[in-house]
Design a protein around this ligand. Structure first.
Ligand SMILES: Cc1cc2nc3c(=O)[nH]c(=O)nc-3n(C[C@H](O)[C@H](O)[C@H](O)COP(=O)(O)OP(=O)(O)OC[C@H]3O[C@@H](n4cnc5c(N)ncnc54)[C@H](O)[C@@H]3O)c2cc1C
Length: 281
C-alpha cells in the first residue's frame, strides 16, 4: 500500500482520482485503522489529510459556523464558539468514548464513517448541519439529513468532506447517551436536542441514534412541541410519540423494546434540558 501526506486539498484530490476506487483518506484513524489492519488488501493507497491546513479549525462566517473535518472531538468539546452556538455538539464530543479517542477522532471521520449511534453525527443532525464535499466535478453542499439518506451513507470514492456548516445563532441544546461501559464503547442509544431561544418552537430539532442504521431526526416530536406549550408533561409526551415511531433492530446490545425505552428516556431528557429553565415546569 502506498502512503501519502499531501499539503494541499488539490493534491489529495489528484491522489484520490489516481488510485480510485481503492484509495482511502485518513483522518484520526480510529475507525479506518482497525479496518485496514484486518483487511489491508482493500486499499492500494492511504492519503493522510493531517497536513492540509484548510481542513482544520472552527471559523465564524457571516451567517454560519464552519467546522473543518479534521477538528477532533476534544477540540469541539472545549471550543467556546461551539459551546455557545452548538452546545449539543460540544456535549456529544465530550461524552464520546474515552479521552484518548476524543483526542484523535475527527468530526469528519465521524460523519464519513457514520454508524447507528455516532455521537457527533447525531448531535450535528439536531444542529441543522450541512456538509460541503469537494470532488473533481466541483463542490457540492447538502444537508446532513440528505447525506444520511444516501445508500450507503458515505462519500463517493473521489469526494472529500471539506466543511461542516451550522447556522450561526446562539442555541440551547443537550445531548444524552446510554451505554453499559463509558470508555471504549459506542452508545446503545443517544439523543440530541437543539433550539434557538429567539424562535424557540419553530427552531427546535430533535435527533436520535441507535434506533436504525443511521441517526435520524425525530420530526414527530419536533412538530408536537412546536404546537404545544413546553412543560415537563409535553416533553414526556413528545418523547413517547417519538419512541413509538421507532422500530430499532434488536442486536446483542439491546432488544427492540429496550432500545425504544431508552429512546423515550433520552429524548425526554434532552428536550426537557433544551427547553428547560425558562419554560419547563
Ligand atoms: C474503540 C472505539 C470506540 C469508539 N467509540 C466511539 C464513540 O463512543 N462514539 C462514536 O461516535 N464513535 C466511536 N467510534 C468510532 C470512531 O472513533 C469515530 O467515528 C471517529 O469520529 C472517526 O473519526 P476518525 O478521524 O478516526 O476517522 P478515520 O478512521 O480516519 O476515518 C473514518 C472514515 O472516514 C473517511 N474520512 C475521514 N475523513 C474524511 C474526509 N474529510 N472526507 C472523506 N472521507 C473521510 C475515511 O476514509 C474512513 O473511511 C469508536 C471507534 C473505536 C475503534
Amino acid at each position: 500500500m502506498e502512503y501519502f501526506e499531501p499539503n494541499f486539498l488539490g493534491e489529495a484530490l489528484v491522489l484520490l482520482e489516481r488510485f480510485a476506487p481503492t484509495a482511502r483518506l485518513l483522518a484520526g484513524g480510529t475507525r479506518l485503522g482497525p479496518v485496514l489492519r484486518a483487511h489491508p488488501e482493500t486499499a492500494c493507497a492511504l492519503v493522510n489529510l493531517k497536513r492540509i491546513v484548510d481542513l482544520k479549525g472552527v471559523t465564524v462566517q457571516s451567517s454560519h459556523l464552519r467546522i473543518a473535518p479534521l477538528v477532533t472531538a476534544a477540540e469541539l468539546a472545549h471550543n467556546a464558539t461551539i459551546q455557545s452556538h452548538a452546545p449539543a455538539l460540544a456535549a456529544a464530543a465530550g461524552s464520546m468514548g474515552a479521552r484518548q479517542l476524543q483526542g484523535l477522532a475527527t468530526v469528519g471521520g465521524n460523519v464519513c464513517a457514520v454508524d447507528a449511534s455516532s455521537d457527533l453525527s447525531t448531535a450535528l443532525l439536531a444542529c441543522d448541519a450541512s456538509l460541503e464535499f469537494l470532488s473533481p466535478a466541483g463542490t457540492v453542499v447538502m444537508t446532513l439529513e440528505h447525506y444520511l439518506s444516501r445508500q450507503p451513507p458515505q462519500p463517493e470514492p473521489c469526494e472529500i468532506l471539506i466543511g461542516i456548516v451550522l447556522p450561526l445563532r446562539p442555541a440551547r441544546g443537550a445531548y444524552a447517551r446510554f451505554t453499559i461501559r463509558q470508555a471504549f464503547e459506542r452508545a446503545i442509544v443517544c439523543a440530541a436536542c437543539s433550539r434557538d431561544p429567539s424562535d424557540p418552537q419553530r427552531s427546535l430539532r430533535v435527533a436520535v441514534g441507535g434506533v436504525g442504521p443511521v441517526p435520524v431526526r425525530v420530526r414527530v416530536a419536533e412538530e408536537f412541541l412546536s404546537e404545544s406549550i413546553p412543560t415537563a408533561e409535553t416533553c414526556r409526551q413528545a418523547a413517547q410519540l417519538a419512541a413509538a415511531g421507532c422500530v430499532p433492530p434488536a442486536d446483542g446490545r439491546g432488544s427492540t423494546e429496550y432500545r425504544r425505552h431508552l429512546a423515550a428516556v433520552l429524548i425526554e431528557r434532552v428536550v426537557a434540558e433544551a427547553v428547560g429553565g425558562e419554560h419547563c415546569a
